[in-house]
Design a protein around this ligand. Sequence first.
Ligand code: PLP
Length: 437
Amino acid sequence: MKSNVWHPNTQMSEWKNFPEITNAKGVWLIDSDGKKLLDGVASMWCNVWGHSKHELVNSIVKQTKKLQHSSMFNLTNQPVERLAKKLTTLSPGMNHVFFSDNGSTAMEVAIKIALQYWSNLGIKKTKIATLENGYHGDTFGAMSVGYIPEFFVNFKSKLFPTIRFPVPNKYRVPKNYTFSDYQNFCLDKIEKKISNNDSIAAFVMESGAQMAGGVIIYPNGFQKKINKICKDNDVLFILDEIATGFGRLGSMIEYENQHCKPDIVSFGKMLTGGYLTFAATLTTNKIYSTFLDQFNNMKHLFHGHTYTGNPTAASLSLTNLQLYEKYDLIEKVKSKSRIFQKRVNEFLDLELVGDVRTKGLVMGIELVSNKKNKTPLKTKKSINKLVFEEGRKHNVYFRTLGNIVMLVPPLAISSNEMNFLIDGTLKTIQGITSELK
Ligand SMILES: Cc1ncc(COP(=O)(O)O)c(C=O)c1O
């Protein structure tokens, strides 16, 4: 059957057809041939409990029967009120929540809140600072702050300029630097620029690690120091916890783990457990209060979506967050992350593997064609397709990011399933190694 579907970030000419997933249970996706695939990327990093978790399914059904959707324009609903309370209780320093539909929109909202905050105060600060190699989504504002050349070069002319700083990557430290020296170099650069430029409205970065940039885990204290530079220079600090919040790195709220106090933070992906699309942008009383004034002064936030504050997604998110507590999920993630750590060397022994980076329940395996020169692997066919096809043979579903094989399983994965995932990944990399010869 000829398909009319255009798939995301996909060279469609490479694919005759796509395996069709018909159902799923726990960490397993099942396709129309009955083949089981371990969901190695948690359905793009959002699945928490595995598929068909009955508490989550019931929550959707129950709320849909009562009120499936009602607008937040002039109205409110109970699930959204309760979820906002829950999120502000979980997130230190945060008092107000703006709901949107996905990670990209949550970042658009964050940027707009920051820019309008300064405008509401009558202060001219309009520039945005950010880190190179960051990723914040595919809409125009998000692309501007998370500019990755290979992804976004076609749209460059329409993106707003940002001030970008290098980020220390232990595997690729520039010549003549130790890692620690390079980290200091990056921080000095940020400090010098920010303290000499009073037009910077906000600094935007992912919290804990750059995920789409290839699992670049920040060194200890790096994020906290940027937070301090921002505070000292009256620059708003915006954190993106869309991929790293709610447990991925072994912490519920990663900025707390990093000892940071952001002004604005965005969550998405795992907020609903991976069952519906939803996202939230949180901010402080200090910021929110500048949006309060007489209507005619036009200081209210100029942003809104049709599905903003959808009660079904809100009710589902609440159930999901309650389950974290019920099952003590963060402690389990911490203990299971040791399986990844223990098995790192098995990957490093492989011919194609240059580096392995892991924290919590994420592992980034960097494929290289030359270990000595650290030359990133390049193949005729996309590496993603190669890895995906080989992975299928070993019952694992992969989606690589360029030359990085990402292991991002559902957080509630069992130890046996983690070992299955790791074994399958080792076999997959060995399999493509022989294919490339
Ligand atoms: C850190 C980060 N921010 C934002 C986004 C965009 O989220 P979405 O794909 O839901 O728009 C992503 C998606 O991968 C992400 O990893």
